[in-house]
Design a protein around this ligand. Structure first.
Ligand SMILES: C[S@@+](CC[C@H](N)C(=O)[O-])C[C@H]1O[C@@H](n2cnc3c(N)ncnc32)[C@H](O)[C@@H]1O
Length: 275
């Protein structure tokens, strides 16, 4: 490994990081990620005034050490956007019209967004359901979870740079966002009615799920790609217990699970139906 680095980072250190993140979060880091891992964790070493990776990694021997949260947050990849893979939101709307037109606030449609990152995905779900039911108080409850506590904080705030919503229609901008003024100018905030449809919680897909009840629809997009096949399969089996029969499991554009066809039947374009 390159020796002109600011901190000592050996092949052993990289293997140690690989093992820790795999055991804790299921994330498989390939050797091509060495530079990325170095640059993300180097920020932590600088902050803690530590000069060697082995010294830093020793801290993580204590599984309850607060640095664990920072370590995890540094290594997750949080790329997302509003209405990413737009066909999924059209499908969501069609599914709601076909199967849940009689839903009520007492018996709402339950949707889980299982890797919600900075919030663009659950807010896109919330905007879609509000549009489908024609009101800001649709009979839908959304649970949005992620492992990374930093992204959850941003998601809960619901404040975005105005450029992040440039692909939305004028009507969507007007209906679902408030324009920032003064110190917040150049930013928008998701309207409180839309926010109130969503509960944000931290949840590690690889650990116990503190969830009661089942869902009608689960979005789990662009996260399983970071897991190896056995981990993906375990997760799919677990999802099948939390998704009602006939419910939708919506995954990312490059995710495909033919090995789980006895529990999830492929519908089309990365939408699976619980058998
Ligand atoms: C690339 S983003 C995808 C965001 C969004 N689902 C989308 O498709 O636009 C992946 C997200 O998965 C989260 N993640 C990674 N490992 C996780 C785990 N073990 N449990 C829960 N979330 C995890 C990351 O923190 C990150 O926010």
């Amino acid at each position: 490994m390159s020796s002109d680095r600011e901190f000592v980072f050996t092949a052993n250190d990289f293997s140690h990081v690989q093992q820790l993140i795999y055991d804790h979060a299921g994330i498989s880091l390939s050797a091509q990620k060495t530079d990325l891992v170095y640059s993300r964790l180097a920020k932590r070493l600088r902050k803690l005034k530590i000069h060697r990776f082995d010294t830093y990694l020793k801290i993580l021997d204590d599984v309850h050490h607060p640095e664990w949260e920072e370590f995890i947050n540094a290594l997750t990849t949080n790329l997302t956007s509003f209405f990413r893979e737009a066909h999924h939101f059209k499908r969501l709307s069609q599914h709601l019209k076909a199967h849940f037109s009689r839903a009520t606030t007492k018996d709402p449609v339950k949707i889980w967004c299982a890797a919600s990152s900075t919030g663009e995905e659950p807010y896109s779900i919330a905007m879609t359901v509000a549009t489908t039911y024609g009101k800001l108080t649709p009979p839908v409850k959304i649970l949005a979870t992620d492992l990374d506590t930093n992204v959850l904080e941003k998601a809960r705030c619901g404040v975005y740079h105005i450029d992040n919503i440039d692909k939305l229609s004028a009507l969507q901008k007007e209906r679902f966002f408030l324009k920032g003024t003064g110190g917040q100018s150049g930013h928008v905030m998701v309207r409180p009615e839309i926010k109130s449809l969503i509960t944000f919680n931290q949840l590690n897909l690889l650990a116990d799920w503190p969830i009661k009840g089942t869902f009608d629809i689960i979005f789990c997009r662009n996260v399983m790609i970071y897991f190896d096949k056995p981990t993906q399969y375990q997760l799919l089996e677990k999802f099948s217990k939390y998704l009602n029969k006939g419910g939708l499991l919506i995954v990312g554009h490059s995710e495909s699970f033919p090995e789980a066809s006895h529990i999830f039947k492929i519908d089309k374009q990365t939408v699976y139906i619980r058998c």
